[in-house]
Design a protein around this ligand. Structure first.
Ligand code: GYE
Length: 353
């Protein structure tokens, strides 16, 4: 199936050729016919029309981007969605947006509808990282380039997408681990750790978990008491933490939460159990939302690893470059930091999400 933009480019080539032939005939006419001759002005009107036609073809066809968002589970995700929508508007790109509400099946449906609507580029924020090859093959066969945004996909054929724009989740896990090592350097073990994981089989969950473990193995007295998924949501964070407190009681020294929303839910559960978050239980979270900074200011979260959801402009730039025929790097990573209570007060009002 032929891409619309390709057809447009071919039209432009044809029009340019016609224009070129037109110019040639102007020159030949000019040598034989005086400039005041009406025939000459007729030719120049045709000439202008060709230019206008080319211009209108070019400007009346904004790029059409289909974006399959995985859901709206967290403040991070809502900021990500807003960033994509606002950036598309700013870049003059027509955005076809679908929210899959955590269902990979719904993402497949959205992608198929984008193929049917013959969009120019498809961007996908994948809910999980496995199971993408067949659908990406369908998109490839339709001749539509794919950008993977935020979370990654696990595919053996790298030609199934152009680039992956997102954070280094493994490094985020490592940063959390390093903070903990430093925080506990004077404290003798055993140190009891609870981990709240995000969505199972999603890239941030897998990599934050592995990065964290890589670092903390240097202290064999760090014990992971419980590691459970709470699907990146506040409600589940609260529920899961409550049940873990009931099981593990006072052995919990540390909570490593894969995102801020789950940490906020867990804080409610910790307080309801009569414990002090940030003091009785050291809390490390990931994302860096304004709410998590407010919790740091209150002393209830100890450190937050930043994960930037504001990918919109990077995504639009990549889309424009693909359409412009440029080569993109296979991986586009955004710079990120880690924040502690020491800087929370100063930084809280600078948070953009
Ligand atoms: O950390 C979490 C969200 O995929 C990086 O998904 C994203 C994660 C983010 O729901 O809050």
């Amino acid at each position: 199936m032929m891409n619309r933009r390709l057809v447009l480019m071919m039209c432009m080539v044809v029009l340019f050729s016609l224009l070129f032939i037109g110019c040639e005939s102007v020159q030949t006419t000019e040598t034989s016919v005086p400039p005041s001759d009406t025939g000459n002005s007729e030719i120049s009107i045709q000439d202008n029309e060709s230019v206008e036609l080319i211009e209108s073809l070019y400007s009346s066809e904004p790029i059409r981007l289909g974006f399959s968002q995985l859901g709206s589970e967290s403040d991070w995700r809502r900021a990500n969605t807003n960033s994509v929508k606002e950036s598309a508007k700013e870049a003059g790109i027509t955005l076809l947006f679908e929210n899959a509400e955590q269902s990979q099946e719904k993402q497949f449906e959205a992608i198929r509808s984008f193929i049917q609507q013959k969009v120019d580029v498809i961007a996908i924020a994948p809910v999980v990282q496995s199971g993408w090859e067949p659908i990406l093959l369908e998109v490839k066969q339709a001749g539509i380039p794919v950008i993977i945004a935020d979370r990654s996909v696990n595919v053996s054929d790298p030609s199934l997408y152009v680039t992956f724009i997102g954070s280094d989740f493994y490094d985020e896990g490592r940063k959390a681990g390093k903070y903990l090592l430093d925080k506990m350097r004077e404290k003798p073990g055993p140190i009891g750790i609870v981990e709240l994981q995000g969505t199972m089989d999603s890239t941030p969950t897998i990599e934050r978990k592995n990065g964290f473990r890589e670092i903390i193995t240097s202290r064999p007295d760090f014990k992971i008491l419980k590691s459970k998924s709470a699907n990146f949501t506040l409600e589940e964070g609260k529920e899961v933490m409550q049940s873990i407190i009931e099981e593990q009681g006072k052995d919990i020294d540390v909570l490593f939460s894969h995102n801020d929303d789950m940490a906020l839910g867990a804080i409610e559960a910790i307080e309801a159990a009569g414990l002090r978050p940030g003091i009785d239980i050291i809390i490390i979270s990931v994302d860096g939302t304004r709410k998590s900074f407010e919790m740091m200011v209150e002393g209830k979260i100890n450190a937050v690893v930043e994960c930037n959801p504001l990918l919109g402009m990077n995504l639009m730039q990549a889309v424009q470059e693909i359409i412009g025929g440029k080569n993109l790097p296979k991986r586009i990573v955004l710079p990120e930091s880690i924040y502690t209570q020491a800087v929370a007060e100063r930084e809280v009002n600078n948070r953009k999400y």
